[in-house]
Design a protein around this ligand. Sequence first.
Ligand code: PHE
Length: 467
Amino acid sequence: MSANREHFSSRLGFILAAAGSAVGIGNLVGFPVNAAKNGGGAFLLMYAIFVVVICIPVMIAEMAVGRKTAKNPVGAYAQLSDNDSKWRLAGLLSVITPFMIAIFYTVLTVWILVYLVLSVSGNLDYMASASAFGDVISSPYLFVSMIVVAALVRFILVSGVKAGIERAAKVMMPALFVMLILLVIFVLTLDNAFAGVEFYLIPDIDKLTPKVISNALSQAFFSLSLGMGILITYGSYISKETDIAGSAKLVAITDTSVAFIAGLMVLPAIFSFNPSINPSELSDSGVSLIFSYLPKIFLALETSVGYFFASTIAVIFFLLVFFAALTSLVSIIEVPVAYLIDEKKQTRKKALNTMFLWAGLLALLTTLSAGMVDYLTSLTSYGGKSKSLFDVIYDMFYDTILPLNGLLICLFVSYRWKSQNLNEELSIGNPEFSKTFLAKYTHVALGTFVPVIVAVIFIDTVARIYF
Ligand code: PHE
């Protein structure tokens, strides 16, 4: 273990940073969109089951591997497998995945910054109009926005994990929570909102198709920042006194609560603004759904509390979403940066420069693929659909490789590193751990049904997307 590796200042610091990584666009945009297009309650039910049954054990495993080795994913897989090149490759996949996810995540963060600026300039009417989203994703301001995002991410990352991320998350998390609750209360007072609540909370079991199940799994992995080396990397910065299992539970609860509340804000709003909507119309929804409904909520707020107050709330809201996106983006980029520092012996500065050059270039192309450059917008086609560069990266890394990485970590921990070693590591910060139900559950789940479920969903997803 490297003696001078930076550490989080406390257990709380670690939990905040891990939650800061977990809570982001996935919760506030991805979750409500997925819930809307996948039958509401059916999706919510599957999502909740996956968080408890699959994600918590996987999260514990990733954190433990990280802390045990105090290394980036490649170093960690290599160390615990006596440098077995197959497992090193699995580690490498856990570094490439966040790099690619950083690309489309940057694009979304850049859009959010543009919405923030629009809200600051008091443009609620325009933001709520049908053409706004299309304008934003092909606006030249995106380039300025991208430079600002890159500069901010770099600034946070240069100062290192501990200083930068902990501080941001400490303020942002509670503020975001309060803001979401207030908006939910407001939305629930709107006409017809309860049709949305019903759609969201009452599962219609007939809607549980393989696609809904697969989306729920990918979304749960994405939202909890699993399957891409983040928690291995963050785990490498925690001290031995930290209770890993307890921290994992708290992170999962925080992240899932934020997603749940975001859904409770967005779905009732959709039903309130379209009282005659047939829910099946939502099945093709994409992120544009959120970008058009959020401003509508603020516009409705304006009729109750006046323009100034509604605009101020909109600004604070987009600011919080933007911060949430930044803390997640920082965590995603930290993985390849840690890899370059540990394995390629680069300085932190140099690693950041390498990352920014490549990620920036790809993010630029991906931004252009959302509608500005035809060649990139209809780059290819598979599964009977035309796909942009954005779609290609999203399909491959969000829907497909995330669960694959989850599968690999289960197999690795259970059959290569071995469950006893996992248990030992988890008992360091919590001597009573091995007697708990969670310990026994984690042991059995990771070695048996979790990899089986994940493998089946992975195969189904590949077949559905690509063939
Ligand atoms: N979990 C974050 C979110 O929900 C995104 C993220 C994905 C962060 C992967 C880190 C790794 O927005």
